[in-house]
Design a protein around this ligand. Sequence first.
Ligand code: AN0
Ligand code: CP
Length: 315
Amino acid sequence: MKKYTSIKDVISLPILVEEAIALKKNPFAFEQLGKRKVLGMLFFNPSLRTRLSTQKAALNLGMDVIVMNISNDGWVLEFEDGAVMENNGAEHVKEAAQVISQYCDVLAIRAFAELKNREEDYAEKVISSFVKFATVPVISLESATGHPLQALADAITIKEFQQKERPKVVLSWAPHPRALPQAVANSFVEFIKNTYAELVVTHPKGYELNNEIMEGVPVEYDQNKAFADADFIYAKNWSSYTEYGKILSTDKNWIITNAKMQLTNSAKFMHCLPVRRNVVVADEVLDSENSIVIPQANNRTYAAQIVLKKILENA
Ligand code: AN0
Ligand code: CP
């Protein structure tokens, strides 16, 4: 693997999932592979799971890790080609990416959508500039439009918990007081489409995701209907893609409650976390036996570890 910024970098998702599950059984089997190799992580946004699980994955492979909260501690970066840098930008990504590449063997970056301009966000300015100018492999830790390490962990979790060959997996929009990116939902759809599961997406009108990503995936606007016979409910809020970055609904009927879960086939409940309790999902669901959000978060380590392993092996 030469980089990991989207599903396009994955040759076979089912095989990658199997390999991650095997690695989870024997996490220190490759502790020599990363010896004297450095993972550099740059965060433009906050993180708990991504930062710690990716660091742990690197340590399991014998790597050293350096981390920088680049928004707080770094120079403001300029991304525009040919910019006359009289304003905020103090350093161009051209230099920054090349310099950082001399300090590390793999570079991982978190840079969320700004949710102001759809074209700019979907052009992936930040991560694609680092891919272009860095001289080492780049990993996405959530970019403007995707969160591929989360989606890989989600695919691993579904594989571990599924009780039938073709489980019904429902991605349900849920309310949230702040405008959130579509990244987690986009990657979840792109990845789960590449498994044997039956995927259905449910959301209020106006929350349609990008057409290309949704190609071949049914949308059911009635959440109750979508939940019928579901084996997995994956809750996530996202802001509107069509009316870009807007909150069009805060309808509390979309909160995931026990009554909603009763409509399913005793579905497992999933969420990428962090989650706002009793806003996105009721305590009764999150605290129930059917909630698998904690093992799901644990799988972030093995998702990151299989990706780092493939990058280190250039396989
Ligand atoms: C972020 C998002 O929705 O993209 C990160 C999720 C992993 N969530 C929040 O900002 C709450
Ligand atoms: N799920 C996830 O990416 O969590 P963090 O934002 O805490 O890293």
